[in-house]
Every structure is written in C-alpha cells, then in structure tokens.
Design a protein around this ligand. Structure first.
Ligand code: NAP
Length: 284
C-alpha cells in the first residue's frame, strides 16, 4: 500500500477539470488522478499532460454508474487507504439545439441525476476514505444563486435554514415532480441552475457533518470557476479553462487547520453568500 497523498478530479478529460488536474500536478505534493467516464478520452488527456512534462494517474470513473464508482472507491482504498483532495467537477448542461430530441422532463431528470445525485453517490463512496485535513471542492456555478429562484415560497423554503442532505434530496425530488407537469419553469430559469443550488445546499450539509467528524479539519467548499470557454458553454465564455481552474485549485489546497469559511460558496477565490438575493447572475 502506498502512503502518498492522493487527489481525484472527476470529469477531467477536458475543460475545467483537465485544467484543475494540470494545476494540481504542478502544485500538489502527491499523486493526482485524472478520471473520465470514457477511458480513451481519459488516456489521451493523460498523454497531453505527459507532453507538457506532467505526470498524473488515470482511472475510469463514470459518476452516473454505481458499479464504476464502487470499483474506483475499492481501488483507492486498496492502493492508498486514503484520499486528500476530491474535486467534484463532472457535470452536464443541455443546450437548445434544434435536432436534439431530448424531452424537457428527460433534461430535468438527467441534469439533476448527474450533476447532483451522482455527485452525492460518489461522495458517499469516497468520504469514508478522506484523511484528516482533506479538502473537497464541489464545482458549482453562479447559476446556483438563490436569486435565480422565481417562486417566493421556494426562496423562503431554501433560505429559512441549513438543509440536511436528506432535505436537499427531497427538494430536488419535488423539483423533478413539478417538471412532470411543466410547473418547474415557474420556479427557476433552468434545471442546471436547480442542480447547482442543490450542490450549494449539499456542500453546507456535508460540512455540518465534517464539523462533527473525528477526522479533524476536513473542509468542503463549492465554487464557480467563472464563465469559461469550454464545450459546456460552446466556447462563449471569456475565461480560459486554466483561469477557471484557479478558484477550485485554491480551495483544494487550502492550508492545514483552515479557519476561514467552510461549507460555503466561492467565486474569484473569495467567499460569496449565494443565498443573498442581491447576487444576480444566471450563467456561470
Ligand atoms: N464552463 C463554464 O463557464 C462553467 C461555468 C460555471 C460552472 N461550470 C462548471 O464547471 C464544471 C466543468 O465544466 P466544463 O465547462 O469544463 O464542462 P465540459 O467541458 O462540458 O466538461 C465536463 C466534463 O464532465 C464530464 N462528465 C459528464 N458527465 C459525466 C459522468 N457521468 N461521469 C464522469 N464525467 C462526466 C465530461 O466527460 P465527457 O467528455 O465524457 O462528456 C467532461 O469531462 C462543471 O461542473 C460545470 O457545471 C462551468
């Protein structure tokens, strides 16, 4: 068994995830895992980094496949029996393309399932392996600002208290239920935004549990990378993926015995109150 420190980044064959791996390979004192659901794309990305003189490890990981999650968790447990950094970067966003036959209900279900439920499932499998001082970064978005909720009862529901994980799961189930009759459109601008609100709530709920955990100083944060030029945005964002990686990497490398904000949302390396409805921005 290796005693190395270990970092894992999901969905890192391209885009911001790839840049996060690149930066961790330069700045983290340990082994960095580039993971991808498609093995060929993942191995190609590893080669691209090797061509830059950077060495990282690869493992297949589809966060939407419980078997793949379990295999990966078993591998990390057997090889390292520990994990120091987990960056939950993998996500999807639908675009309005004329030839896309995906129904709105499917879009809602797929987006919530991959961006929220699959991320939670991976956390459930990997959190038992986190070592003291571990850092977890849940890549979110400014789309996940509470100000993107249009219904005042839902604003009240979300802002009234700190949610538990179960309550967050329940909230998203209610959202999916509303999508079956098309009422979800009165709630929020799009389902991607709802999935990221879920991630922000989850982050706080996870921190509440870490605060009571015997493993000391585990910090989980959510953040926006900013609006970046990637496949997800059809290359419309003004920032490069490398620039987008800066805040997630900053949070992944927070120093030992961190006394700053925990379980909170960050943008441009600064804490931001995502529940403040004065904070308005839909896209990133
Ligand atoms: N780009 C922006 O402006 C922006 C703004 C705010 C937040 N974000 C967030 O930043 C993160 C990265 O976005 P990006 O712009 O880099 O997107 P991207 O270029 O579309 O990359 C997304 C990555 O996630 C992977 N992925 C999707 N589903 C997966 C699954 N089930 N299992 C494992 N990996 C999966 C994709 O793999 P494949 O290649 O196999 O599809 C890809 O590697 C996301 O969380 C996104 O919501 C992006």
């Amino acid at each position: 068994m290796s005693s190395s420190r270990v970092a894992v980044v999901t969905g890192s064959n391209k885009g911001i995830g790839f840049s996060i791996v690149k930066s961790l390979a330069k700045n983290f004192d340990g082994v960095v895992y580039l993971t991808a659901r498609n093995e060929d794309l993942g191995l190609k990305a590893v080669k691209d980094l090797e061509n830059l003189g950077l060495s990282v490890q690869f493992h297949q990981l589809d966060i939407d496949d419980q078997e793949s999650i379990d295999k990966f968790a078993k591998y990390i447990k057997e090889k390292y029996n520990g994990l120091d950094i987990l960056v939950n970067n993998a996500a999807i966003a639908y675009h309005h393309r004329e030839n896309d036959q995906t129904s709105e209900i499917e879009r809602v279900e797929n987006t919530i399932r991959i961006n929220f439920t699959a991320t939670l499932n991976l956390c459930n499998a990997l959190f038992p392996l986190l070592r003291p001082h571990a850092r977890v970064v849940n890549v979110s978005s400014r789309a996940g600002f509470l100000s993107n909720i249009k219904d005042h009862k839902w604003i009240e529901r979300i802002s009234s208290k700190i949610f538990t994980i179960d309550e967050t799961v329940e909230l998203l189930k209610d959202f999916i239920q509303l999508s079956k009759t098309g009422q979800h459109v009165d709630l929020v601008s799009n389902c991607y935004a709802m999935s990221k609100i879920g991630i922000n709530l989850l982050t706080k709920a996870q921190q509440v549990l870490f605060d009571k955990d015997p493993r000391q100083d585990i910090v989980v944060s959510s953040c926006t990378p900013g609006y970046c030029a990637t496949d997800m945005t059809s290359y419309t964002g003004p920032l490069t993926p490398d620039q987008g990686a800066e805040t997630p990497v900053y949070l992944a490398l927070l120093h030992k015995n961190w006394n700053g904000p925990k379980g909170e949302f960050w943008a441009d390396k600064e804490y931001l109150d995502w529940k403040n409805i004065e904070n308005k921005q839909k896209n990133n």
